[in-house]
Design a protein around this ligand. Structure first.
Ligand code: PLP
Length: 409
């Protein structure tokens, strides 16, 4: 059986929202249930259960650390991408006037956390423009263009750069290792925070994860794990310098002693009781993904599908893709050419009026495709629609989507 056959979510729909949430394969769901049952059978708070808890936690930590190319002591388990970004970020030693340089393609939750940090610590915010570069630069030249933009926007006081590995809105891949090298040459050696929401599970990440200070991801998107469990790979220098921000007994080296020092390793960013069965579920999903091929081989499959989808979009009048070349990974963003020419007024969602603009037109497309059990999403910046392909995406599914989209526009 292929991974696709194991996912009930894919049996009855054409699914293109992997960047929002991946499907949970049956064996992962069964592993979660079995793990929960084992905990109950052994005794939920008993001497008998701790070896099982330790085994399942270690199993998923080791698997995630392996994917990130870091030793397990550099890997903290978190709840989601955002907490993986925010917990270590807020624990860094900031000085008034430090500049946080944030790309213009970051997720609103992470940007909001940076803004609040800046307000409390009296830091400055600056923007690293990359969105326009993605649109106008051929993929082969994009790394150099991003580095040139970085050089232009770094200042003497820059203390942090925030840049996603795979941009959630344009679908372009950022040269994280090269950015990390550039930052090492800067007199203040700014920290590098990488949002890996879209890269982890969809492409090889080891080089980037090992180079970043904070490489934060979730298991519930491209890794096809359950929602509620993610992780973050942390650099050695961050482990030396950052304090925990939301702390509890799991952050302590000796959990029963409030006076104990924090864990020296990444566990200082883990807090307290969490849902252990999710570890069993995610570890199982990761094993299923690994059985489908290496990260490189899986990316090749993902790209073949996203390339087919991107090519198909070129042939639909009234649509333009955000990237002018087939994407390097599995995110394909596109937009209606203009509100007036799309002819979608009849399909405007409740509460919107005809001619209300591109946003309403895009919402109408999402709804119309949804009525046919084809699922994509809408994005605000840039105003666009996004369809994702994974290794589970079939060619027939892409054709079905393209035909339905052609009808909708
Ligand atoms: C780039 C990016 N960052 C962060 C998030 C938020 O993820 P989470 O809810 O796991 O924190 C998302 C979710 O779509 C995302 O795409």
């Amino acid at each position: 059986m292929t991974l696709r056959d194991l996912c009930p979510a894919l049996a009855n729909k054409a699914y293109f929202n992997y960047g929002g949430q991946g499907p949970l394969p049956d064996p992962a769901l069964e592993a979660i249930i079995a793990s929960w049952r084992t905990i109950q059978e052994l005794g939920p708070f008993s001497l008998a259960v701790w070896p099982f808890v330790e085994r399942e936690t270690t199993r998923v930590r080791d698997a995630l650390a392996g994917l990130c190319g870091v030793a397990p002591h550099r890997l903290a388990l978190t709840e989601n991408v955002t907490s993986g970004c925010v917990l270590p970020l807020w624990g860094l030693p900031w000085q008034q006037g430090d500049v946080l340089l944030i790309s213009d393609c970051e997720h609103p939750g992470v940007v909001a956390a940076c803004r609040e940090l800046a307000r409390r610590e009296r830091l400055q915010l600056a923007t690293l423009p990359v969105q326009q570069l993605c649109r106008s630069t051929p993929a082969a030249l994009l790394p150099d263009a991003v580095l040139a933009s970085l050089d232009q926007h770094l200042s003497a006081n820059t203390r942090l750069v925030v840049l996603s590995h795979l941009l959630w809105n344009t679908g372009a891949v950022m040269p994280i290792k090269a950015v990390a090298e550039r930052l090492r040459d800067h007199p203040r050696q700014p920290w590098l925070l990488v949002d890996a929401a879209q890269s982890m599970g969809s492409m090889p990440v080891a080089e980037a994860a090992a180079a970043a200070d904070i490489y934060a991801f979730t298991g519930h998107k491209w890794c096809c794990g359950p929602e509620g469990l993610g992780g973050v790979a942390l650099s050695e220098r961050l482990l030396e310098q950052a304090s925990p921000t939301l702390m509890g007994w799991r952050s302590l080296r000796h959990e029963a002693d409030a006076g104990s020092p924090w864990h020296r390793d990444a566990r200082r960013f883990e807090v307290a009781t969490s849902c252990l069965p999710l570890c069993s579920g995610l570890a199982t999903s990761l094993e299923l993904l690994a059985a489908e091929g290496s990260p490189e081989a899986r990316l090749a499959g993902i790209r073949a599908a996203s390339g087919q989808l991107w090519q198909g979009l070129q042939a639909i009048a009234g649509i333009h893709t955000v990237l002018s070349e087939p994407p390097t990974a599995g995110l394909v963003s596109f937009a209606l050419q203009s509100a007036e020419s799309s002819g979608l007024d009849a399909g405007c969602p409740p509460g919107s009026t005809p001619g209300q603009g591109l946003t309403a037109k895009h919402a109408a497309v999402v709804r119309q495709l949804g009525e046919r059990n084809i699922w994509i999403r809408q994005l605000d910046d840039p105003e666009s629609l996004r369809a994702c392909t994974h290794i589970t995406t079939t060619s027939a599914e892409i054709d079905q989507f393209l035909a339905a989209l052609t009808e909708a526009v």
